[in-house]
Design a protein around this ligand. Sequence first.
Ligand SMILES: Cc1ncc(COP(=O)(O)O)c(C=O)c1O
Length: 473
Amino acid sequence: MWELSENKSTPIYQQIMEQIITYIQDGTLQPGDRLPAERKLADYYQVNRSTVVHALDELVSLGWVLRRQGSGTVVNEGNWGRSTIPRVDWRSLFTQESHPKEPFLEKLQQLLNDPEAVDLYSGELPLNLIPDFRFPSYTWEELLLEERKQSPLGYRPLQQVICQRIKADQKIEVSSDQVLITSGAQQAMFLLLQVMLQSGDSVAIEDPSFLYSLPIFATAGIKLYGVEMDKEGMRIDKLEQLILTKKIKLIILNPTFQNPTGSTMSKKRRNELIELSRKYQLPIVEDEVFSEMNFDEIPPSLKELASHQVIHLGSLSKIFGSSIKIGWIVADRDLIQRLSEAKQMMDFSISVFPQVIAHTALTDPRFEQNQKDLVVELEQRAAAFIEAAQVVAEDWDFSAIDGGIYVYFTWRHQKLTRTDWEIFLREKLLIAPAFLFSNDTMAMRVNYTRLTEGTREQFFLKLQTISKELRRN
Ligand SMILES: Cc1ncc(COP(=O)(O)O)c(C=O)c1O
């Protein structure tokens, strides 16, 4: 009973934990049963006593067993405080010290509803650009019938449409059991962390990256490392250095119209990245939420270049607005299965409503045309924005916009401090400074799609005033 199967790659203490949890779940160990003494367990498993102590400590902290003075370690008789892997350290999510609120963001959020404020901070299209659809009226009974089409991986008709779109856009064949519907791309990321990584593991991301500010990594005990970028994307030499020095377990990136820089990784760089990830056997997560907002042809997705090496994330938040909160993970079957189990364990089931809405929108005969119209409108806004931006070109460096919703402005002069950025709040010009995405304080992310002909002029006038003040500081 107390022995481990050979050739498992997980650490021994975890194998011991998993075995004891299995014994409790299948009834081999009953509530109140006493486990053998630590020394005995160490003998049985043929490991150091410290390994057994480590496993038991973890089981105590997860609530599966209790240590009782005088009677050793016993199986917990109730479910209170019991958790299992995957798990989140909720306590650390709620402690102020581990996630201090960003003062700039707090002030900015108060201004979001101010009618005088120009909001180029929010990461969404303005309401009037989000394609409009008419939804068929469902009776309650019809909706309940749709509910029957839910599988543990999601609403089947939606999974199928996503498979078709992936085939059309990325020329890869995926079947429904390789697609897991999630509540947005962020939940997809959260599930991946829970299933693929352990507390203490390291992940490489782009520097700057929107992931830098997400608390889910710190909460799961995951260390983030940023990889410098150049015009072609994440630098492969820098990434390799990190892999060697920080024992990176996973690479996560947003290769197309990146948040916050708006830049797109070149095809050559994508191939080099795949080659490196093969060399070190590292999986890649590609977060492709903007790839349908392209003005011209874009390089093939990483998934298309190396199907088994890459986990692909998509979302409808960027084209339909974040209230719809529908995203998906495309990966190999085994991983999708494990992610789905983790999702069920955490009770992250998604109601059929937003899935039916997403399915209706994606299969609407006008969808393709709406999508084309949207891209044309974005391209016009981008061109007008870049033309108007020439008035600040002496102070700010920026690149052409090829798609997506962001453009990145880098200050050309003296070093800026965090306090310098307060001027933007005073002027009610809401942008996202680089320190939200990195240690950098010299740049800002602007969501250009939110500017119309009228507000564009207002934006650049304000930016000129602010730039003058910044130069004086
Ligand atoms: C690159 C990127 N990935 C994922 C997300 C989150 O997407 P969702 O709203 O689907 O959770 C965002 C949202 O800002 C994003 O910019």
